[in-house]
Design a protein around this ligand. Structure first.
Ligand SMILES: Cc1cc2nc3c(=O)[nH]c(=O)nc-3n(C[C@H](O)[C@H](O)[C@H](O)COP(=O)(O)OP(=O)(O)OC[C@H]3O[C@@H](n4cnc5c(N)ncnc54)[C@H](O)[C@@H]3O)c2cc1C
Length: 417
């Protein structure tokens, strides 16, 4: 694997950029692997990386039906935070945030993690009381969070309408300073490159269409458009298509798939240097390094696999932006897209074993799984390699829908990405 460094970039600049090698190979599938991961998004690639790196399991294939990061990993708005309510979620998401803090160095790949902080803005007494409870829960769980005054919100976000007649008056808010954004493609590519260097086969344009099982019902392989590939361990990380894949494997998941849309404006000079979320409208926004305003709002209201935008959501989200930031009302929209997200009724992920022996799952991240990529990959790899759920993952098993031990994070994850 080429070691990336400032010196190497400088040298290549002198040499006409001729010395770079492909970041990963494009191998043909082998007849058999110790582990097959379905889905070449962030979670699938991270799982393969940690299997090889932490557990020494290197005879691994990642099967991706399209291109790496072409699912939600390359379609999201890149917000990373760990501001959840319950102790189990705080452990999970803060573990992920900590892995992000060292990720560029770990992968020798700049994932452009920028801890610019996230401000949740309260527009009423009700919002403010909710924010105080939220901060209290985070602090009890040992996660950084602080209330900020209305004046501090206005200082950090001068672009917000703070006039006396503002439609959404500013009452204050709270902040997680360690939150931020990272470059989504880079996260997928960084894990892919590092996993490939450890011997993992990454196979694109390879769609899984069925599962092979023995008489006891245990998985023995997968059927793909490139033929049968044998294995006795499969990890599934296919986000919005998890229930489809589960049906192929012979079980059901409590997941509903919805489109979630996002937007980016034409590039502007710097106007917002943090991530903002409005507790009243659900509008959230940050500014990319190229200058585009990256923003979004709530899910579409109906279940769907249609991976595209629609005009009611444009009106709703762009309307919230123009109401709250009137000075940006005439900025042009450059692009608009959607991804299919996997929503679970308690708004928490599903990690671990499934009713089909040998098949393990990582799904249910809904609108907020980009921030969880390092943890999701690490924990699924642990389960695949050791046969035991990691302590952090244990509360998120599928069995919670039988025991009733749900982890209801709707208040923290509904529209907060
Ligand atoms: C618009 C939008 C904004 C978002 N914003 C945020 C945010 O700001 N912060 C945050 O934390 N999260 C956010 N999310 C959620 C986040 O993007 C996802 O939770 C996360 O990317 C899921 O990663 P994944 O690897 O599980 O899935 P994906 O990246 O979707 O990867 C799954 C892969 O599986 C492949 N696949 C599917 N079926 C098959 C098959 N049969 N065979 C082989 N491969 C298959 C797909 O092609 C896909 O590449 C957002 C999502 C969207 C859509």
């Amino acid at each position: 694997m080429t070691k990336y460094s400032a010196f190497k970039v400088f040298l290549e600049g002198l040499g006409g950029q001729q010395g770079w090698s492909p970041a990963w190979r494009s191998p043909q599938p082998k007849r058999r692997y110790d582990v097959i991961i379905i889905g070449g998004g962030g979670h699938g690639l991270a799982t393969a990386y940690y299997l090889a790196k932490v557990h020494g399991v290197r005879n691994v294939a990642v099967l991706e039906r399209g291109w790496l990061g072409g699912g939600n990993t390359g379609r999201n708005t890149t917000v990373i935070r760990s501001n959840y309510y319950y102790p189990a979620s705080a452990r999970l998401y803060d573990f992920s945030l900590k892995l992000y803090e060292g990720l560029s160095r770990e992968l020798n790949y700049n994932v452009m993690f920028s801890q610019r902080g996230m401000v949740m803005v309260a527009h009423s007494r009700h919002d403010l009381e909710g924010a105080q409870r939220w901060v209290g829960a985070m602090q009890l769980n040992g996660v950084d969070a602080e209330m900020i005054s209305a004046d501090e919100v206005k200082r950090r976000l001068p672009v917000l309408d703070a006039s006396p007649g503002a439609r959404y008056p500013i009452w204050g808010g709270f902040m997680q300073k360690r939150a931020g954004t990272a470059r989504h493609d880079a996260v997928a590519w960084g894990y892919a490159r590092a996993a490939d260097a450890l011997g993992v086969d990454i196979i694109q344009n390879c769609e899984v269409r069925g599962f092979l099982k023995n008489q006891t019902g245990r998985v023995t392989g997968v059927e793909t458009n490139l033929g049968v590939i044998e294995t006795d361990k499969v990890g599934m990380a296919v986000a919005g298509h998890s229930s489809v894949m589960a049906q192929l494997a012979g079980f059901e998941l409590p997941i509903t798939s919805y489109a979630l849309q996002a937007f980016v404006s034409e590039p502007l000079k710097p106007v917002i240097d943090t991530v903002m979320l409005s507790l009243a409208t659900g509008l959230y926004i940050s500014q990319s390094d190229k200058g585009g305003l990256v923003f979004g709002g709530a899910l579409d209201h109906y279940a769907s696999y249609a991976q595209r935008g629609n005009s009611p959501t444009i009106r709703q989200v762009a309307g919230a932006l123009a109401d709250q930031m009137p000075s940006l009302g005439r900025v042009r929209l450059a692009r608009h897209w959607a991804g299919i997200v996997d929503v679970v009724q308690d708004s928490s992920p599903i990690l671990g074993e499934t009713p089909t022996p040998g098949v393990y799952i990582n799904c249910g991240w809904g609108t907020g799984g980009f921030k969880a990529i390092p943890a999701g990959g690490y924990l699924l790899a642990h389960h695949l390699a050791t046969g035991q759920a990691h302590d952090i993952a244990a509360p998120f098993g599928l069995n919670r829908f039988f025991t009733g031990a749900l982890i209801d994070e709707a208040a923290a994850s509904g529209i907060a990405h």
